[in-house]
Structures are given as C-alpha cells and as structure tokens.
Design a protein around this ligand. Structure first.
Ligand code: GLY
Ligand code: MN
Length: 433
C-alpha cells in the first residue's frame, strides 16, 4: 500500500458499503472529491474523502454506482512522481492495495505536477464523460453539498467548476452530507485506538508545557515545546496551538502566542495533536508561578466542578445541546450550574463538540448522544476585567450508560496541578553533577 495506512483495507470497503446501504437503491452515482494542495501548506486531505477511501492524495475523485462498483479517478500528472511521493499510477493499479475496483485518470495529462481547482475540461475529460452520461440517462449525482455556510466549501467550489462544463449539473445534485455525518459520528474500534493515540500525544504536549511554564518565558516557548513533542511523535496539529496568558487567557481562540509569562498570570493551554488523521483536543489552565491565587483557585474550581457535574450526569439519550429539551441538554445544564453560582455570563462558548477526523467533527447536534460518539466537555469562565480565563477540556467516548474519559491521565485538580508545577521546579533547580 502506498504511504502509511492506519486501517485495514476492509474497513474502507465496509464504510463505502455502509453509505450505499444508508442511501438505499438509487439511480445515479456517488461522487466525493479529495482536497487540493495549497501553496505553502502541507496537504491535508478532505476528511470525508479520507474516511471512505483512505487515500491521502490531492485532486482524486471517488465514484461509486449503486451496485457497489467503485472507481478512483486520479490526476494525470506524469511529472508528479519526481516531486512528490505516493502519486497513484493507474497503470500499476493492484486491486488488493486499494478499496476500489478500478483506478483511472481524471482526464488528459497535464504538464504541472499538481492539480488545481481551476481545472480544464481536458484534464477532467474522463470524469466529465461519466457525469454527462449519468445525467443524460436520468441519474442523479450524490455528493457533499450541504445547505449551510461552513461545510465542504472546497468541494462545493469543485461542483461549481464542473457546472461550467456540464449543463443541468446542479439540477442533478443530491446532498448526502447528513448521511456521511451519521456514519462518521460513530467511531469504530480502530478509530477509537487512533483517537486514544492522538489524546496521549496531546497529553505529552501538556507535560512539555508544564515543564516550560515559568515567569519570564514566552507563550511561544511553551508552544515550541508542545509542538516539538507532537512532531517527534509523528503527529501534526489538529488546530493552531492556543497558549494564552494573563489577559490573553480570556480570548477564546487566541493563537498569537507572543506575550511574556508573568508571575501572577494564568495560562490557558488548549492544544491538539492530529495523529493518523484523528484529533485530540485538551485544555488545561496553569498558574505561571506554580501556585493559584485565592481568586484564581476559586474560579478554577468552579470550572472544574462544572465539568465534573456534566461528566457524571452525561449518558446516551441526552444531548450535547438541545434548546427544545433543556433538561436533557448538557450545554444548558452546564450554563444552569454556573448560573446558580452567578457565573453563567462569563461562560462564553458552547460546552462541547464532536471530535474525530476534524477537531470540530461532523455530527448532528439535534440527535441525542449514543455509544461510539467522541465528544469534548470544556466549560470555561472568562473575566477580562480581572485577566482571569480558565478552561478545562477533556475528550470522552460515549459508551455503555455513561462516558469514558480518554484523557483521564492528565491531572486537573488544583492541588495536583500545583504539585506538578512545583515538582518541575524542584527538578530544574536540582544541581547538575
Ligand atoms: N480547541 C479549540 C476548540 O474547541 O474550539
Ligand atoms: Mn474543543
């Protein structure tokens, strides 16, 4: 198999079959599009395309008919193999290496070694012919085209491009993003193992942060230590690392990481390793001096109490967030918990989200929690006037009649956090022989 694979081929075959099964007997084809490379950035595969194909190459297209026949279309860039490892060559296609029945080029060869979303009709001639024939024979194109502002924008752009070549293309499109989200939401054993690994690496990032945080260091020193650990663990970043100290601890997605750490600051460290495409997302809040002030500890414990309260009541059948059923909505219950203590107005974001191939993973929030979901629980209190921001976030598997915390080894009781910071101080103060 080209490049490192984290799953058995059979898992990708099964996922494609699950989608066909969910869609039922339809006339037409399923088409899913890989992402494109972008100058200056490491290529990151589009998550739903990866989920079904395991292919980490840009500009590919997966096509399936409703008898289950699958084709992978690949870019036709003869020069590509000189530039980039892993280019898939249809001439040397070996069925046992791929979860596809056949591999074909998208169209005519290009002189470039990369493909771009502004492709020509010639470069996509084979694919365009299949789409054209499907539509002419009354079939539909089942693809990712949700009716919202934030999902699958690259894929929707590709659809627009194809529509410039094929009349009636838009009329033939059927959105399958809900079905795909339902499948991606429930994690398999192999996925849970990768999520555990991503979480473990993220925990090591926090341990590195604890070793670095002290007055005089900069937020970027902490970031560097964290990202060294991620890189040395063959992991990438699930999202830009947040290291926010003092006032910056109250800015939810602060990622400048430029300020010097001061003695009385709190520092919010919200980080995630991405390993084998799966994301961790863990937040801790540390006192720079190694000891919380009385006021900081009061706020810290309120946040921790909120998280523990939710952890204990959460179970399948409740919702992460559901306005119509607040009694069973963890988001509403957490806000209620803080309201009774006078702090709800400082809790400025939602309680949690699904995690998986994307850090804010797909999954329909209007459906209740069920076994196989992976979620975060991340309450926070942000009081800008006092430069006090506290967020505590862990990752959980919904299983049995409750939750399993994937990140339970990362300590969070105020005393434990202080002890970890003190131990590190003692180690760094030990004379060297
Ligand atoms: N860890 C960043 C977020 O959940 O938004
Ligand atoms: Mn999060």
């Amino acid at each position: 198999m080209h490049k490192k694979q984290h799953f058995k081929i059979q898992e990708f075959i099964q996922r494609k079959q699950n989608l066909l099964h969910k869609l039922g007997d339809k006339k037409g084809i399923i088409l899913l599009f890989a992402g494109f490379e972008q100058s200056g950035l490491k290529f990151k595969q589009e998550s739903s395309f990866y989920y079904f194909t395991g292919i980490n190459e840009p500009a590919c297209v997966w096509m399936s008919d409703f008898t289950g026949n699958t084709t992978l279309f690949t870019p036709n860039c003869p020069a590509r193999a000189h530039w980039i490892s892993g280019a898939i060559d249809p001439e040397n296609f070996k069925a046992q290496d791929f979860a596809f029945d056949e591999v074909k080029h998208l169209g005519e060869p290009t002189k470039n070694y990369e493909f771009y979303p502004f492709f020509t009709a010639q470069e996509y001639s084979n694919l365009l012919a299949v789409i054209d024939n499907t539509i002419k024979s009354g079939g539909k194109i089942f693809t990712l085209k949700p009716n919202n502002q934030y999902e699958y924008f690259e894929q929707r752009f590709i659809l627009e491009r194809i529509a410039t070549f094929i009349p009636n293309f838009y009329e033939a499109l059927v959105d399958i993003s809900n079905e795909v989200a339902q499948l991606r939401r429930t994690k398999s054993t192999a996925e849970i193992e990768l999520l555990y690994r991503a979480v473990d690496i993220t925990i090591m990032g926090h341990e590195a942060a604890i070793g670095i945080i002290e007055p005089g260091k900069y937020e970027f020193d902490v970031q560097a230590g964290i990202e060294y650990v991620f890189t040395a663990s063959a992991a990438g970043l699930a999202f830009p690392s947040i290291v926010g100290s003092g006032k910056n601890s109250t800015v939810l997605h602060y990622a400048d990481n430029l300020k010097q750490l001061e003695k009385d600051d709190l520092v919010v460290v919200d980080i995630g390793a991405q390993y084998g495409h799966y994301c961790g997302d863990l937040t801790r809040t540390y006192p720079v001096s190694g000891k919380f002030t009385k006021r900081q500890k009061e706020i810290y414990n309120l946040v921790l109490d909120t998280q523990e309260y939710i952890e204990n009541i959460a179970k399948p059948g409740m919702w992460l967030s559901n306005k119509d059923n607040p009694e069973q909505s963890l988001n509403h219950l957490s806000k209620e918990f803080l309201k009774e203590r006078g702090y709800d107005k400082y809790f400025l974001h939602g309680l949690g989200h699904f995690v998986g191939l994307d850090v804010h993973d797909v999954g329909n929030y209007s459906e209740p929690l069920k076994s196989g979901d992976i979620i975060t629980i991340e309450p926070g209190i942000y009081i800008a006037a006092e430069s006090i921001g506290v967020r505590i976030e862990d990752n959980y598997l919904v299983a049995g009649d409750g939750l399993v915390c994937l990140s339970e080894h990362l300590l969070k009781k105020a005393d434990d956090v202080e002890e970890l910071m003190q131990e590190k101080k003692l180690v760094s103060e030990e004379p060297r022989d």
